[in-house]
Ligand binder design. Structure first.
Ligand SMILES: C[S@@+](CC[C@H](N)C(=O)[O-])C[C@H]1O[C@@H](n2cnc3c(N)ncnc32)[C@H](O)[C@@H]1O
Length: 241
């Protein structure tokens, strides 16, 4: 696990997510990103799934699709401005709730079937990731799973990220916008924060060690959630006694 220093980094990344950022190169990219994430999550949920938490959910534009596959969907994000927007968008939705991370941790133990954490752990220091998974795991119902997605392996480079974006843009036909967007990103706060604070990378062994220490059966899945197949997804399952 590549180590970055703890609290200060998390604060800076959270400030970034809480502010007015633009990580999508165009509206089509934003829409297709969320459609892809939503479809990949839905595929991993058995029909009639009970409670699902999307932790570090961001805008979660495909939340209605995910909510249609479970009894209750909880959207949780550390950035208050993100939660405000989500609460407004989903105020009339019967089975979508928005919660802060602190509220999530107060939920009943053993009550949650699936916790999705996609594209989040790279913004946490390794000890914060271990603590987060340790705090969330008691919420799992028997056979419940934590799915951690978009994990960046240590040998994954910024160029690989750019290549994956261009491949996605080629498939979805927003290539010109992607190339302009990559240049904009190079000049943006995202790149400056990334250059200063870095992103935390984890090997498959790192994630397996964390899951195993928590008594969770941990497996890498064949495909990553989202467009970047150079990154990894794992399922950490509480095995019923
Ligand atoms: C790259 S976005 C991922 C959003 C979404 N999961 C997706 O895959 O599109 C990272 C999100 O994680 C949230 N986040 C970062 N650190 C967090 C933390 N410690 N607790 C909860 N949310 C966090 C950010 O506010 C941001 O919305």
């Amino acid at each position: 696990m590549r180590t970055i220093s703890g609290e200060e980094n998390a604060l800076n990344w959270l400030d970034f997510w809480n502010g007015n950022h633009s990580i999508y190169v165009c509206e089509k990219h934003r829409q297709r990103h969320h459609e892809r994430i939503g479809a990949d999550i839905v595929q991993r949920l058995p029909p009639e799934t009970g409670i699902v938490i999307d932790y570090g959910c961001g805008e979660a534009l495909s939340a209605p699709q995910v909510a249609s596959r479970c009894h209750r969907l909880i959207l949780s994000d550390g950035a208050p401005s993100v939660r405000d927007r989500l609460s407004e968008w989903h105020q009339d939705a019967a089975n979508i709730d928005v919660m802060s991370p602190e509220e999530v941790l107060r939920m009943d133990k053993g009550s949650v079937d699936c916790i999705i954490i996609n594209s989040v752990l790279q913004y946490l220091a390794p000890e914060d990731t271990r603590n987060l998974l340790q705090d969330l795991s008691p919420l799992l119902a028997p056979n419940g799973r934590i799915i951690v997605g978009d994990i960046i392996p240590p040998d994954h480079t910024v160029l690989a990220d750019a290549g994956a974006l261009l491949h996605f843009a080629w498939q979805e036909q927003f290539m010109t916008e992607a190339m302009i967007g990559l240049m904009r990103t190079f000049l943006s706060d995202y790149r400056k924060i990334r250059a200063t604070y870095g992103l935390t990378c984890y090997s498959a062994d790192d994630i397996t060690a964390i899951g195993t220490r928590l008594g969770l059966k941990t497996q890498r899945t064949a495909l990553n959630i989202g467009h970047d197949q150079g990154r990894m997804t794992f399922e950490l399952q509480r095995v019923a006694a």
